[in-house]
Design a protein around this ligand. Structure first.
Ligand SMILES: C[S@@+](CC[C@H](N)C(=O)[O-])C[C@H]1O[C@@H](n2cnc3c(N)ncnc32)[C@H](O)[C@@H]1O
Length: 371
């Protein structure tokens, strides 16, 4: 007879409450396969294994629905879960290390009575990543006219526009008075000479009075902010209208929307583990949301841009211009590229994604928030 652990013992070992375990049972997340003679829940070795996965994903910040999808995926066995968890934890550790290092540098500077520049203060909040990878950005990242038309339409009749997380200036309308905000010196340095003036600051602390602009826009940047909700509220504070292009990582099964995440790079889910759900972001600024379809020949090399041109993902410059690839780490990147290359060569990719060749544009979860 297989050995079972009582619910009390499992709770003690896992450092969670019995109530949590009862809840997981009730919602079908971890259902113990047996009962003791007295009718108490009893956990088998495989129940414990599933619980361990659930708790580990929870600790990494995944929501209960996302965890249910992750552990319910029949194609992921225990070893694959362990590998994925390991990768996610290493990534989290790297981020924490980078933040600790930035804090140490700032503490040291302050102790010496030195002034800390805006760049130095923002290092830990994301500018650092773009100072490291931003040089590769202009190779493939530029304004796509169809996405731009949707953004500019949402800006309405705004004459003064603040572009936050502006990068190299993509999507900045040329017929309005634009002010840009960008924390990374490397990105600021790559703005064209005739681009709008750009200020070194971060979304979470915008150096402007309330209602200074007709509109504020933030394009493909919110997922980089240290505190997305605080940043969105800042946009709301300084502008009468807010337009944000972001990503819906909250609908059920979102990881399966795009074949690249579904079949080759499941680690992308970990990159967005701390990212707020779309309804929460919309609520923070009182926004409505609209889907932003990606044209099959999208001019802006964003992560999903090459959904109908899969060979592009085999090219290094294409990947280097998208932070996701750096954030998942070199091992998942190598594995994804190798597997995709194999599937393209064998015809497996084409077989699996036949329906895409018919489409001119597709929805992969990009959303415009308009408030
Ligand atoms: C993917 S790029 C998007 C740039 C531009 N909006 C575009 O559409 O090409 C993300 C940008 O967000 C910036 N960023 C990172 N953290 C930020 C923060 N806390 N506040 C504002 N911008 C930030 C990065 O430096 C980077 O330039």
């Amino acid at each position: 007879m297989e050995e079972h652990l009582t619910v009390g013992r499992v709770a003690e070992l896992a450092a969670v409450t019995v109530r949590t375990l009862h809840h997981y049972d009730e919602i079908g997340l971890v259902q113990p396969s047996a009962r003791t003679a007295a009718g108490y829940r009893a956990y088998s070795a495989s129940d414990v294994e599933r619980l361990r996965e659930v708790l580990a994903y929870r600790r990494l910040g995944f929501g209960l629905r996302e965890v249910a999808d992750l552990v319910g995926d029949p194609s992921t066995d225990a070893v694959a879960h362990l590998r994925r968890l390991r990768g996610l934890l290493l990534e989290q550790r790297e981020r924490a290390d980078a933040m600790v290092a930035a804090i140490d540098r700032e503490l040291e500077a302050r102790a010496k009575g030195m002034t800390v520049t805006p760049e130095e203060q923002l290092e830990m909040l994301g500018a650092k990543l773009y100072d490291a990878i931003g040089g590769a950005y202009p190779a493939t990242r530029r304004t796509d006219p169809r996405i731009a038309a949707q953004i500019w339409d949402a800006l309405g009749d705004a004459e003064t526009v603040l572009n936050v997380g502006a990068g190299t200036g993509s999507y900045e309308p040329i017929d309005r008075d634009v002010t840009a905000v960008e924390p990374s010196a490397v990105m600021r340095g790559q703005r064209p000479a005739d681009a709008a003036p750009c200020i070194a600051a971060a979304a979470e602390h915008l150096p402007f009075e309330d209602q200074s602009f007709d509109a504020a826009m933030a394009i493909s940047t919110v997922h980089h902010w240290g505190d997305p909700i605080a940043g969105l509220r800042e946009l709301r504070r300084v502008a009468r209208r807010v337009v944000v292009l972001t990503f819906d990582a909250s609908s059920r099964g979102w990881q399966d929307r795009f074949w690249l995440t579904r079949d080759y790079l499941p680690e992308f889910a970990g990159v967005l583990a701390d990212f707020p759900a779309l309804p929460g972001m919309a609520d923070a600024i009182g926004a409505r949301t609209e889907p932003v379809p990606i044209p099959w020949d999208c001019a802006d090399g964003l992560f999903e841009a090459y959904w109908r041109r899969p060979e592009a993902y085999l090219e290094d410059p294409v990947r280097r211009a998208v932070s996701v690839w750096t954030r998942v780490g070199p091992e998942p990147e190598r594995r994804a590229v190798r597997k995709l290359g194999d599937d393209l060569a064998s015809g497996r990719w084409a077989e699996r994604n036949r329906e895409l060749t018919e489409l001119e544009a597709a929805d992969f979860g990009l959303r415009l928030l308009v408030a």
